[in-house]
Design a protein around this ligand. Structure first.
Ligand code: CS2
Length: 488
């Protein structure tokens, strides 16, 4: 079977939709840091939709950690298939908006030069929560993060996203080129403002004048990004081969739903994202909060409880009436009252989420979502808990989710098998769990001391502590599903 390339796509006879623009006329306007599955299923598709009307917004992607995306995409002219899947079947489309992929480890200077090129007007990022080198509990840059320490010592050879962005901004400033707009597409709270704070702080640590330049001149619009994108499996690759008749080493499988809400603040211009279905708004934060607290909060809850309860996929977990009821209650009773949107809109959003979670064609592993919990909990669960505690409102379901995370990071499941806990703090969390044994109070107290996750006010809150310990005790004694069932 021929490999997917520009030439083989032109003669493909399978059920695959190609792009309609002349790719040889597309020039780079965007550099994207973190060219993982999410970006390729989301922003790259919006950009693909507008290239026919404006060819100056092609994307140059960079992988900051692993070379695998570059190695897979380079032999296929950076083309890849997006397979949209639900119960009714799979539709394949080949995306051409990515023009080149750079491996930051081996092509760092080329990447920085590209970012300094005046043609680049947007630098977007999906580097995941941990890629910001910040303290998730406070949202501030962590000056002791090893990558930040490295980059402050080697400013011309940076490895972190803030370090790479600031170096490129510095080169532009020296050359008299206006700064690019920095567009965070990660699930951080107030991702525009948070990224602005982190990047400006890093610049300031390098040189106060550079910090001032970033604060005064660089735009950091916020965005709410949404599309569920499970990791691609060999079975997915097989299905895409069968449907398209082309061998794609790096396809994406995703759901039909996609949403992008973008703050309209791009001093150097932007593609007409709205023509591709994005919503351009003045203030994105209410949308972000809704998505983080309802979608991602539910996801993490299903990940920890579902995994412990023996469910491999989200669709299996949500099909269990106990988990369905818990998630419905978590959104309706605990998350929705903290959100500024009209109740009817939130109910519609909730019902749509429950349907999306149930998509049986999407093999979204609970283990995948469980990753990096220390980076995710603050914006998905703890902010909601804080808002409710301030008003004296109940936190039963949210606290159960936090307790389930604590149970999960012990690294031993309910059958006594090892859990492969992926988290930047995994070793520390495991050491706390090992010291506590099966003593719920010691375990919760030890984990509550992790200040990157739990801010001082939450650590000191007696209601939060008591409810979490009670759930954790029950989780250890009776298991995830029995504990969830007991919540009414
Ligand atoms: C998920 C998200 O893996 C996770 O943590 O909750 O990636 C989620 O699928 C996306 O935010 C959906 O837009």
């Amino acid at each position: 079977m021929p490999r997917l390339t520009a030439a083989s796509l032109a003669s493909a006879s399978g059920q695959v939709r190609g792009f309609s623009y002349d790719r040889s006329k597309v020039t780079p306007g965007i550099v994207h840091l973190g060219i993982g599955a999410f970006h390729r299923a989301h922003m790259a598709v919006y950009v693909d939709d507008i290239l026919a009307t404006d060819a100056s917004w092609g994307i140059v992607g960079a992988s900051l950690r692993r070379p695998d995306t570059k190695e897979a995409l380079a032999p296929q002219d950076c083309l890849y298939t997006v397979a949209v899947r639900d119960a009714s079947g799979t539709a394949c489309r080949v995306i051409g908006s990515i023009l080149d992929v750079l491996d930051a480890n081996t092509q760092r200077q080329r990447l920085i030069e590209m970012m300094a090129d005046p043609a680049i007007r947007i630098v977007s990022l999906t580097v995941t929560e941990k890629g910001y080198c910040h303290d998730p509990a406070t949202g501030e840059l962590d000056p002791d993060h090893p990558d930040i320490v490295h980059d402050l010592g080697h400013p011309a050879d940076p490895v972190s996203a803030p370090g790479i962005i600031v170096r490129a901004l510095q080169l532009r400033r020296a050359a008299g080129v206006a700064p690019f707009t920095v567009l965070s597409c990660d699930n951080l709270p107030a991702n525009g403002r948070t990224t602005a704070r982190i990047v400006s702080r890093f610049a300031e640590l390098r040189d106060p004048a550079l910090g001032q330049h970033v604060r005064d001149n660089v735009a950091f619009p916020g965005t709410m990004v949404d599309r569920i994108v499970p990791a691609t499996t060999d079975a997915d690759r097989e299905e895409v081969r069968a449907l398209t008749g082309l061998d794609d080493a790096w396809p994406i499988v995703t759901e039909p739903f996609t949403q992008w809400v973008v703050e309209d603040h791009f001093p150097q211009g932007r593609p007409a994202f709205e023509a591709a279905g994005a919503q351009l708004v003045a203030d994105v934060e209410p949308f972000e909060l809704m998505k983080l607290r309802m979608l991602n909060g539910s996801h993490s809850t299903m990940a920890y409880l579902g995994y412990l309860g023996g469910y491999q996929y989200v669709s299996e977990a949500i099909a269990d009436p106990i988990i369905h009821q818990l998630i419905h209650g978590l959104m309706t009773e605990e998350a929705m009252p903290t959100l500024p949107m009209p109740r009817a809109d939130l109910e519609r959003y909730r019902d749509q989420l429950l349907e999306r979670f149930a998509n049986p064609a999407l093999k979204h592993r609970t283990w995948q979502i469980a990753m990096d919990g220390s980076q995710k909990l603050p914006q998905r669960l703890l902010g909601t808990i804080r808002d409710r505690l301030e008003k004296g409102q109940g936190i039963q379901r949210l606290a159960l989710s936090v307790a389930a995370w604590m149970r999960y990071v012990t690294g031993i499941d309910e059958q006594g098998n090892l859990i492969d806990v992926k988290d930047p703090l995994a070793a520390r969390l495991r050491a706390i769990a090992d010291a506590a044994g099966r003593d719920a109070e010691r375990l919760a107290s030890g984990l509550l001391e992790v200040s990157e996750v739990f801010s001082a006010d939450l650590r000191a809150d007696p209601v939060f502590r008591t409810v979490v310990i009670a759930h954790l005790r029950r989780l250890l004694a009776d298991g995830a599903l029995a504990t969830a069932r007991a919540i009414r």
